[in-house]
Design a protein around this ligand. Structure first.
Ligand code: UT7
Length: 333
């Protein structure tokens, strides 16, 4: 008889056990941004809701911010470094092609037996990584997974580009996902539309920069087109994620979409007809758009208020470059 392979013991569910954030100390207002673009504080507030954003200094890197956020999430959940089986780092602003940033993050966390990898799904990266973490924990392939979104967008945004300079900010947020007797992370609804990859993209490739020396690649965005896509996709996948989790929209204690623009967040909340008791994350006002870090940062901000009960359902919705999207309902830690 052929030998039969053993597989890990499965867990009935997974859940978020702790959340940690890191916000760079330098806070930049709209007037400082407007010194380099033809814009105004009034326009930026009205069209995006953003009042300030944090901008990382030279010592605040994708790796260092990820480590700080992850340490806090591990401390909050009581997770020891040796109990971490995987580190997933969602980022679009780590500037080294190889190796990935995650192994260095795992090393600095002291997670000696953890696998580690970067997840490249831009602004939806955190929800993608969370979906993967849920699968890893439920399959038994990892006992605890540290999921991080960390971005130094100021490295890849052109401060003279009127279409993006005012939008983005820096920071990191992390969660620890571990086993649970009942499901605490619902089915992930994800998808992508590579035909529209050019809508949020670097303005040139590294190859082009090598052949035609010039400024290094920076991000460009077809703002209005992305806005229209987001306004349609966010309500659609929100409804789907809630349905697949076996809940009603009225069950939600919190709605935590990617913090791209306060107008997108408010329009989605209106279109979903969220109940008055559903708290809507609006971290974008003081953090800007921090890409993969925005959802855990916004989640951390909501939890720090102390009014959301542990176990209450929150809807997370990521969307952005790719174009890619991902959403799931989670039980709050
Ligand atoms: O994180 C990934 C996903 N990203 C998103 O979801 C972002 C989606 N897009 C947006 O949030 C919005 O498109 C922006 C906030 C980026 C731009 O707002 P908008 O209302 O779509 O502006 P627009 O590009 O349609 O421009 C409207 C007007 C134009 O003037 P006219 O043609 O009406 O006279 C622009 O020239 O505003 C002008 N404009 C500006 N004015 C002052 C464009 N950029 C600026 C600016 N300051 N920075």
């Amino acid at each position: 008889m052929m030998a039969r392979l053993r597989v890990p013991e499965r867990s009935p569910g997974s859940r978020i056990l702790g959340v940690g954030v890191y916000r760079p100390t330098r806070v930049v207002g709209n007037d400082e941004i407007c010194a380099r673009i033809d814009s105004s504080d009034e326009w930026i507030r009205r069209r995006s809701g953003i009042e300030t954003r944090c901008v990382a200094g030279p010592d605040e890197t994708v790796i260092s911010m990820a480590v700080e956020a992850a340490r806090k999430a591990m401390a909050q959940s009581g997770t020891q470094p040796d109990d971490v089986g995987m580190v997933l780092l969602a980022t679009m602003s780590f500037l080294e092609q190889a190796p990935a940033a995650a192994p260095r993050v795992a090393h600095q966390l002291g997670a000696r037996s953890a696998g580690s990898l970067d997840v490249a799904a831009a602004c939806s990266g955190f929800c993608y990584a969370l979906g993967l973490a849920d699968s890893l924990v439920r399959s038994g392939d990892a006992r605890n997974v540290v999921v991080i979104g960390s971005e130094k967008m100021s490295d890849i945004v052109d401060p003279t580009d009127r279409g993006t300079a005012f939008l983005f900010g820096d920071g990191a947020g992390a969660v620890v996902v571990g086993p649970s007797d009942t499901p605490g992370i619902g089915p992930v609804v994800w998808g992508s539309d590579g035909e529209r990859h050019h809508m949020i993209a670097h303005d040139r490739s590294w190859l082009h920069t090598r052949e035609t020396p010039g400024p290094w690649p920076t991000l460009r965005m077809a703002g209005p087109e992305v806005f229209r896509w987001a306004s349609r996709v966010v309500p659609d996948i929100s409804r789907q994620a809630v349905r697949e989790a076996g809940l009603e929209l009225s069950d939600l204690a919190a709605f935590v979409p990617h913090q791209a623009n306060a107008r997108i967040i408010d329009a989605a909340a209106r279109s979903l007809g969220l109940a008055p008791h559903t708290v809507v994350a609006r971290d974008v006002v003081t953090a800007g758009n921090t890409s993969a870090a925005s959802i855990p940062l916004a989640l951390g901000a909501l939890l720090s208020r102390g009014s959301l009960p542990s176990g209450a359902p929150a809807l997370l919705v990521g969307f952005g470059a790719g174009l890619a999207h991902a959403a799931q309902v989670v039980s709050l830690p």
